[in-house]
Design a protein around this ligand. Structure first.
Ligand SMILES: [Zn+2]
Length: 238
């Protein structure tokens, strides 16, 4: 195994544990990374609660989300989210799907998520909402179980860093594992803080969010590596 692959697998194990520790995922949700040097392959745990994931559990998939070597292991039903986003977005190196609680209301209430502070500047460019009924009719179980559903989600995500999934959760993407983890943590935090700001302001009052320009500047000024190094050490017991 190459050093780059070993590091990516270790990052992915840490990411699973960090997202669980931070309350972004519970028994459900998953995080993947593209295989270093292989644009058409990605790494994702076998079907397991994220807090329990070890290096042994990481499997390799192609962009159809078929396993390269399944060896009888059970797979996440919604792995198509990952394959179809990697296919559509060459810039993306890591993907998280989660049901992070504070973001759920913004997928159903018709109130857009907006950037409340510099830590979530990536929100300021707008976060689209995916409606599964548009693709799969009025009575689905809400899950992205097939390639075509994954493609429809990737289409709604477009070039954005995240998309909410109505009545379900969200998908978050980034050019690195460290950045996708930070985005998930601060997306959840942003949703919570936005609800508080809206409550304090009261019905109909204007909340003073970051502008898209401030969002871009905030994104450029913070790589979150200080937080990532701390989280990663703790997660791997170092
Ligand atoms: Zn889900």
């Amino acid at each position: 195994m190459s050093d780059a692959l070993a590091t990516t697998i270790e990052d992915l194990v840490a990411a699973n544990r960090i997202l669980a520790e931070q309350g972004v995922v519970d028994g459900y949700g998953h995080v993947s990374a593209r295989v270093p040097g292989k644009t058409d392959r990605y790494l994702l745990s076998r079907s397991l609660a994220p807090a329990s994931v070890t290096g042994e559990d990481i499997m390799e998939f192609d962009l159809d989300s078929s396993p390269v070597d399944q060896r009888g292991r059970q797979m996440y039903l919604e792995r198509f989210i990952h394959g179809e986003i990697y296919r559509k977005r060459p810039d993306v190196q890591a993907v998280v799907h989660h049901h992070s609680p504070s973001v759920i209301p913004f997928g159903i209430a018709g109130v857009p998520l907006q950037a409340v502070y510099h830590m979530s500047g990536f929100v300021a460019g707008g976060i689209p909402v995916y409606e599964i009924r548009d693709k799969d009719g009025p009575a689905t179980d809400m899950l992205i179980r097939t390639g075509p559903l994954g493609r429809s989600l990737a289409d709604v995500l477009g070039v954005k860093p995240a998309a909410l999934m109505r009545g379900h959760g969200a998908v978050v993407v980034a050019p690195s594992v460290s950045l996708v983890v930070a985005r998930c943590v601060y997306l959840e935090m942003n949703a919570r803080l936005q609800m508080q700001a809206m409550q304090i302001a009261g019905p109909g009052a204007k909340v003073n969010y970051l502008t898209p320009e401030e969002g871009v500047a905030a994104v450029d000024s913070n790589d979150f590596l200080r937080a990532w190094d701390l989280w990663r050490k703790k997660a791997l017991g170092q």
